[in-house]
Design a protein around this ligand. Structure first.
Ligand code: NAD
Ligand code: UD1
Length: 341
C-alpha cells in the first residue's frame, strides 16, 4: 500500500517514514521543507535500505497536490505538515491558520476528488485546553487552547468531524500526541530545530553539547510535586509506531467510517527537574540551569489516559525515560549542528 506522508521530512514525520518502510508500506513524502531538510530522508533511506519518493511542495498548492494523486495510487494519507511553534503562532496567527487549517482543507479536497478516504491527522494534547482535568481522555469535550497553534488543531478536528458527517466514505484518525522526545536509536535522525529551541529537550541537549550556556526552567512555583511543570514525554519511535498501528487499525476495520481520536502518551507525568536529572544521569554530566518566571500559556501538569490506544490499536509506549535521554544525546552529540553538519 502506498502512503502519502505530508511533512514527512520533519521530526516526527521522518521517524514515522522509517517505521512505515520497516513495516513494508511504500511511502511518498510531500513537504515544502519550510522547517526541515531533505537530509533526514536520505538518512532514512540509508537506515532502511529502501527508497522514499520525495516531492517538494506546499499543501496549500492544490494543483501540485492533484498531480501527486494522479501520478501515484495512494491508499492513505498521514498528515504531519503544519507550523508548530506556539509562541510564533501568536505573532503571525494568519500564517498558522493558512498553513494548518486552510492547508488541511486543500489536502482533504484533493483527497475527496481522488476518492482517497483514509486520513491520519497529527493532533495534540493541547486540544484539551485548560478546561479539562488530568489525565486527559478522548471522551472529554475539546477545550480552548490559549494559542493560535492550539486553536488550529481544534479547528482541524472539527473540520474532520463535519467532513465525516457529510461524507459516509471518510475514515479519519486524529492522533493526539503528548510530548514526543528522543531520536532513532542509531543517532542518525532526530529533532533539528531552527534557531533557539522552544521545546525542553532540544534546549537541554544544546546546553549539554555546549551550544547554549544554561537552561531556563520556566517556573518552580506550580502546584506540582517539585513545583515545575509535569508533562507526558514519549519516545518519538513509539510515536512513529503509533502511526503504523493506526494505519493497521484502519486496514483491519474495513467497515469503519467516521473519525476516531486516540491519545498517544505513556500515561505518566514527569517534571522539568526530573527531566534535567534524567538527562544528567544518561550523559554523566551536569546541566547548568536557572529558574526563571513562568512561560505564558503553560499548564501546570497534563498526561494521557492512553487506554484506548493500548486496547484498540494494540499500541503501548515501550521505551523508558533513560532510553529517551540516551537516544537524544546520541543524536545531538553526533550531529551538533543537526543535518547541516
Ligand atoms: P516539524 O516542523 O519537524 O515537521 C513538520 C513538517 O511539515 C516539516 O518538514 C515542514 O517543512 C512541513 N511543512 C510545514 N508546513 C508545510 C506546508 N504548508 N506544506 C508542506 N509541508 C509543510 O514538526 P514535528 O514536530 O515533526 O510535528 C509534526 C506534526 O505533529 C505537526 O502537525 C505538529 O503540529 C504535530 N505535533 C507535534 C508535536 C511536537 O511536540 N513535536 C506535538 C503535538 C503535535
Ligand atoms: C508545547 C505546546 C504544545 C505543542 C508542543 C510541541 C503549550 C502550552 N504547549 O508543549 O501545544 O504541541 O509544545 O510543539 O505551549 N520548559 C522549560 N524551559 C525551556 C523549555 C520548556 O522549563 O527552555 C518547560 C515548559 O515550561 C514545560 C515543559 O518544559 O513545562 C515542556 O515544554 P515544551 O517542550 O515546550 O512542551 P509543552 O509546553 O508541553
Amino acid at each position: 500500500m502506498k502512503v502519502l506522508v505530508t511533512g514527512g521530512a520533519g521530526y516526527i514525520g521522518s521517524h514515522t517514514v522509517l517505521s512505515l518502510l520497516e513495516n513494508n508500506y511504500e511511502v511518498i513524502v510531500y513537504d515544502s521543507l519550510v522547517n526541515s531538510s531533505i537530509e533526514s530522508l536520505n538518512r532514512v533511506e540509508k537506515l532502511t535500505g529502501k527508497k522514499v519518493e520525495f516531492i517538494e511542495g506546499d499543501i496549500c498548492d492544490k494543483d501540485k497536490l492533484s498531480e501527486v494523486f494522479e501520478q501515484f495510487t495512494i491508499g492513505a494519507v498521514i498528515h504531519f505538515a503544519a507550523l508548530k511553534a506556539v509562541g510564533e503562532s501568536a505573532k503571525i496567527p494568519l500564517s498558522y491558520y493558512q498553513n494548518n487549517v486552510y492547508g488541511t482543507v486543500c489536502l482533504l479536497e484533493v483527497m475527496e476528488h481522488n476518492n482517497v478516504h483514509d486520513f491520519i491527522f497529527s493532533s495534540s494534547a493541547t486540544v484539551y485546553g485548560e478546561e479539562n482535568d488530568v489525565p486527559y481522555v478522548e471522551t472529554m469535550k475539546l477545550g480552548t487552547p490559549s494559542s493560535p497553534y492550539g486553536a488550529s488543531k481544534v479547528m482541524v478536528e472539527r473540520v474532520l468531524n463535519d467532513l465525516a458527517l457529510s461524507d459516509s466514505n471518510f475514515r479519519g484518525v486524529s492522533l493526539r500526541y503528548f510530548n514526543p522526545i528522543g531520536a532513532h536509536e542509531s543517532g542518525q535522525i532526530g529533532e533539528d530545530p531552527k534557531g533557539i529551541p522552544n521545546n525542553l529537550l532540544p534546549y537541554v541537549a544544546q546546553v549539554a553539547v555546549g551550544k547554549r550556556e544554561k537552561l531556563s526552567i520556566f517556573g518552580d512555583d506550580y502546584p506540582t510535586q517539585d513545583g515545575s511543570c509535569e508533562r507526558d514525554y514519549l519516545h518519538v519511535m513509539d510515536l512513529a509506531q503509533g502511526h503504523v498501528a493506526a494505519l493497521d487499525w484502519l486496514n483491519r476495520h474495513n467497515d469503519f467510517t467516521g473519525v476516531e481520536a486516540f491519545n498517544l502518551g505513556t500515561g505518566n507525568g514527569v517534571s522539568v527537574f526530573a527531566i534535567v536529572k534524567a538527562f544528567e544521569k544518561a550523559i554523566d554530566k551536569t546541566i547548568p540551569f536557572e529558574v526563571s518566571p513562568r512561560r505564558a500559556g503553560d499548564l501546570p501538569a497534563f498526561w494521557a489516559n492512553a487506554t484506548k490506544a493500548n486496547e484498540q490499536l494494540n499500541w503501548h509506549a515501550e521505551r523508558n525515560l533513560t532510553q529517551m535521554m540516551s537516544d537524544t544525546w546520541r543524536w545531538q552529540s553526533s550531529n551538533p549542528n543537526g543535518y547541516l553538519a
